[in-house]
Design a protein around this ligand. Structure first.
Ligand code: ARG
Length: 466
């Protein structure tokens, strides 16, 4: 067992079980790249500020580069005796370049170091999430464009309500993921702040230049309070919260895909490549992919609650509890990436049964509101119109027929304002296309929404590429 870098004040070696319990290297080793990147910037800054010599800095930077290659080749063995990735790298550096390696940790602490690593990591996660959301948004808009002519029943309370365009339904999800995108971008602003230099909790006595380190690591800002800096995990919580909301959106879409692929709905078929069979029932084709998307939403919620609970009532400044921030964040990032990527791939694999959707769009008296609105246009107060149409629906249920199968005289029996032109409003097209209010389901409005989305996506793409 190698001696700990902090062994100085201890008489006994660490208990083995304690070592295992307190170590984070099993999961924080994935931060190695960020740890090294941060150390290189710190070291360059130390040299520029004449806290270490340029010669020492070059040896450290060279050593760190070699360590990165060793880790990537798998030749550096990381184990619990090294506690965490910061110690593992520092220890290896000292093995490689001797005493000079011990100068790297001047003017910093693992408390600000881990915050830096997590911020660098999260910055990459947020950038990747942005790209993935962009692909998903594009997939939705493309589908919406393809299905502009398809009508399906819109539901409230999961009961047939009014006909809507399938494109309108798909664009509703576009709106949700667009807001998610905004939330992740907002989170990036608060993540993009350099904490290094806060040291253990109070700042450092050395004449460091935090602005310099920030510039080297591309941080547009530096933290304003060292105590806050080493105990702040808001940026992680914001990410976890934004991810939980995004997964909630995914789960709603997943739920609809599951419902829609059932024999009761028969609105869609999901391609074989994205379904699985049953080990006992030969006829089964199960929508496991959307089911797992819905299911994984649970762990992403759990990760948010876990970190909120860990940080609750923690006194300032750093406490070891904060080591528990990593696994929830890593798990959420992994789950979110896998889910968004798969959802984007799944969408074009859906076959929409547009005839069936159309048939069902008329079932359940979805055009009843059209009759009421017709009467209102003839000057009847809405409440009275609503009542008359309610009676007509009742009459149709009793007689086992649809609204458009009523004779004009029959309708007149319920309200004298009905005229021959009433039948014009009893079509799906009329019901859809009359809804031209902002954000309504009328074809012109949906077309407009698609166009706007297209230009929004193009602008976002340019920003990403630029
Ligand atoms: N592994 C620790 C963590 O993840 C790094 C910071 C440790 N600081 C300390 N004073 N023990 O939080």
């Amino acid at each position: 067992m190698s001696e700990k870098l902090w062994q100085g004040r201890f008489e006994q070696p660490t208990d083995k079980i304690v070592e295992g319990y307190t170590a984070s290297i099993q999961f924080d080793s994935r931060l190695y790249r960020y740890d090294i990147e941060g150390s290189i910037a710190h070291c360059r800054m130390l040299a520029e500020c004449r806290i270490i010599s340029h010669e020492e800095a070059s040896r450290i930077v060279e050593g760190l580069g070699e360590i990165q290659r060793e880790i990537e080749r798998g030749s550096l063995v990381l184990d619990a005796s090294q506690e965490d990735i910061h110690m593992a790298i520092e220890q290896r550096l000292m093995q490689k370049i001797g005493e000079t390696g011990g100068k790297l940790h001047t003017a910093r602490s693992r408390n600000d170091q881990i915050c830096l690593d997590m911020r660098l990591y999260l910055r990459d996660v947020l950038t990747l999430t942005g790209t993935q959301l962009l692909d998903l948004e594009l997939a939705l808009v493309t589908l919406a464009e393809t299905h502009l002519g398809t009508v399906l029943p819109g539901f409230t309370h999961l009961q047939h309500a009014q006909p809507v365009l399938l494109s309108h339904h798909l664009m509703a999800y576009y709106e949700m993921f667009r807001r998610d995108h905004q939330r992740f971008s907002e989170c990036l602003k608060r993540t993009n702040v350099l904490p290094l230099g806060s040291a253990a909790l109070a700042g450092t006595t050395f004449p460091i230049d935090m602005e310099k380190t920030a510039a080297l690591l591309n941080f547009p800002a530096v933290v304003r309070n060292s105590l806050d800096a080493v105990s702040d995990r808001d940026y992680l919580l914001e990410f976890l919260a934004a991810a939980a909301i995004a997964m909630m959106h995914v789960s709603r879409l997943a739920e609809e895909l599951i419902l829609w692929s059932s024999s009761e709905f028969k609105f869609i078929d999901i391609s074989d490549a994205f379904c699985t069979g049953s080990s006992i029932m030969p006829q089964k084709k199960n929508p496991d992919v959307p089911e797992l998307m819905r299911g994984k939403t649970g762990r992403v919620y759990g990760n948010l609650i876990a970190l909120l609970t860990t940080t609750k009532a923690l006194p300032l400044a750093y406490n070891r509890d904060l080591q528990e921030d990593k696994e929830p964040v890593f798990d959420t990032a992994d789950t979110l990436f896998a889910t968004l990527r798969l959802l984007t791939k799944l969408l074009p694999e859906i076959e929409f049964h547009t005839e069936r959707m159309r048939t069902m769009a008329e079932a359940g008296f979805t055009l009843a509101t059209e009759l009421a609105d017709y009467l209102v246009r003839k000057g009847v107060p809405f409440r009275r119109a609503h009542h008359a149409v309610g009676q007509i629906v009742h009459h149709c249920i009793e007689g086992g027929k649809a609204l458009h199968q009523c004779q004009l005289d029959e309708l007149k029996g319920f309200h004298k304002a009905f005229d021959a032109d009433v039948f014009d409003c009893l079509t799906l097209e009329s019901a859809v296309d009359r809804r031209q209010s902002i954000g309504g389901t009328a074809t012109v409005r949906v077309q407009q929404a698609i166009e706007e989305a297209r230009s929004e996506l193009a602008a976002k793409r340019t920003r990403l590429d630029g």
